[in-house]
Ligand binder design. Sequence first.
Ligand SMILES: NC(=O)c1ccc[n+]([C@@H]2O[C@H](COP(=O)([O-])OP(=O)(O)OC[C@H]3O[C@@H](n4cnc5c(N)ncnc54)[C@H](O)[C@@H]3O)[C@@H](O)[C@H]2O)c1
Length: 320
Amino acid sequence: MIVISKEEAKELMTASETIELMKETLMDFNLGKSEMSLRMNNQLSDGNFYLLMPAYLKEKQYFGVKLISIFPTNHGKGLPSHQGVVLLFSAEDGQEKAVVDCVEVTALRTAAVSAVATDLLSRKDAKVMGFMGAGVQARHHVEALLEVRDIEEILVWDLYEKSANNFAEEMSEKHNMKVTVCKTQEELVGSSDIITTVSLAKEPILKGEWVKPGTHINAIGASAKAYREMDSLVVQKSKFYVDKRESCLGESSDFLVPLSEGLITEDHIYAELGDVLLGKTNGRESDDEITMFEGMGLAVEDIATASFIYEKKLKQMESK
Ligand SMILES: NC(=O)c1ccc[n+]([C@@H]2O[C@H](COP(=O)([O-])OP(=O)(O)OC[C@H]3O[C@@H](n4cnc5c(N)ncnc54)[C@H](O)[C@@H]3O)[C@@H](O)[C@H]2O)c1
């Protein structure tokens, strides 16, 4: 069995490779070529929790589980909020194959899925992308989204101004691009063509009254029930896409709150991304519609990413 660290995982897989893999993974899942049960969310003290996420890739012959801890209380302690591993097994003989640090796996696959959504749903002429939340996910999302749109400016807002300033400095240098820190959420939302929310907010940070027509939103941060980033109006106004319908209905407060308020019905979920990729339904249809992708994160994405990294590592070892 091989152990693959976060640093090694980073070296072994690029954003563009992950985007292609995620397209295939989402289509495979909707074609029944992989299986996944809903994840287990286990509460710890002080609002911290851990998730157990199993999946089986039938064609690729891997199964495995991601065990990830989410500690919002790590803020300011110099520790990441997300830590954990993917345990990868062969589905041919049941052998354990690898333990892969899941920080890079999670960041790569989440950003890549958002890039797939952004490519299908945002306007082709989008020039400004805004980030609400300026942590690990935001950094990976910049890299992945730049693969699918010709962006001229990045905006950022974070609850902690220092986090936003650090992000702006780092990203402008890394991508040689203008990165502006917004003082208010409203300023960011009203000026962005593509908005990605990747915060740890428990109350809405994005309001429907601020969003201009034609905007695409990747709603990524609120992937457990205790979290919420979207107000009810913006969900109601959006053409609403998900990674998996059951995950959204089970865990997304962004969706479940307006549902409980009677503002939307379950039919408000327009489509799963996999079905758009398969051509079974539409992506963006006009320049004016507001589109939203609510990404809850799927175990099949983690196992596919970990198996790609594992196979690359094997090749690297064989060539030495
Ligand atoms: N949907 C998915 O597939 C998926 C995958 C991974 C992470 N996530 C979620 O995305 C979010 C971001 O993850 P990360 O790894 O970047 O975390 P992180 O800790 O690296 O960054 C979080 C950022 O949010 C900021 N923040 C905290 N509270 C805030 C608030 N109330 N309002 C605005 N900003 C706030 C922090 O200052 C920090 O910059 C988390 O909620 C995480 O659980 C979702």
